[in-house]
Design a protein around this ligand. Sequence first.
Ligand code: ADP
Ligand code: F6P
Length: 327
Amino acid sequence: MTRRINCIGILTSGGDAPGMNAAIRAITRTAIYNGLKVKGIYRGYKGLITNEIKDFKTENVSNIVQQGGTILRTARCPEFKTEEGRAQAWKNMCEHGIDALIVIGGDGSLSGARVLAQEYDIPCIGLPGTIDNDLYGTDTTIGYDTALNTIVEAVDKIRDTANSHERIFFVEVMGRDAGFLALNSAIASGAEAAIIPEHLTKEDQLATFIQNGMRKSKNSSIVLVAENKDLGGAMHYAERVRNEFPQFDVRVSILGHLQRGGRPTAHDRIIASRMGAASIEALLDGQRNVMIGIRNDEIVYVPFNTAIKKDKPIDEQLVNVLHMLSI
Ligand code: ADP
Ligand code: F6P
């Protein structure tokens, strides 16, 4: 039989993402609307272990829907990967009367929720909060749209100087192991190519770009490069061009953490609000150990095991669209 839930805890964990605040607000208010108590847990799993837990009322989430970052703060917490760390977290949760946990974060954070749920049989619900869009089973994640717009705004500016100086620019964007940000921002900014991890073993993407890209009438090029801890990202490709094609004038721009900040777009605020409300409805409906996703504009429940299996595929049609539009 499903246990009655009286009090939920909310935390944000891993890399912050614009729209996390809108999600915290929606979870808090939907929970209170349904007669539940709410506890805000600060600094992700770290705060669960160090007992940084506070009662949340509707006022705690006033005036935050438009703010980037997360009012609950976030952290990476290696101790939570240990049994001792999770035992301490569980003890604090029991003392605060938390009988269900809602975690907003990326695949690492949802892996943490999955293991806690398994060990202590507590209902956990995940919300996909990451600019990387790399969680399986949801069309988009909270923060992805804002980050895309930030990148496109930056690339529009880089285009001006690239044109003026007739240069190739390698613009490095985030994404961890996923190319969603690079590919879609390349399409949206009219870039000449995107170098994405999903195609690393399939082809020499730089050679393809040089072959296809440099034949055309344009005097400058922009290539979006997804960060890559093994290869070294944009720097690596710029170095290769300097060595292999010294006739080109090359520059690199690494956009870095500015991609994670800023006011969330309307789209991110709306999906965060919908997913936040849906997380409470899911709990009250007896759901546990699922991530809330949105597919074809409908709320879906994605089992943790599916959401975090790390193989959300890139849409090859988009690769083709970029290829055709950059002739
Ligand atoms: P993200 O959620 O953005 O992917 P991380 O991968 O850094 O970020 O994970 C955030 C936190 O989630 C980690 O610091 C750790 O506390 C927790 N976590 C990640 N993986 C696990 C795991 N396998 N078991 C327990 N906790 C985990
Ligand atoms: O997962 C979100 C993300 O922004 C990745 O795109 C990036 O690789 C990573 O976090 C950077 O994390 P940190 O906060 O440690 O710089």
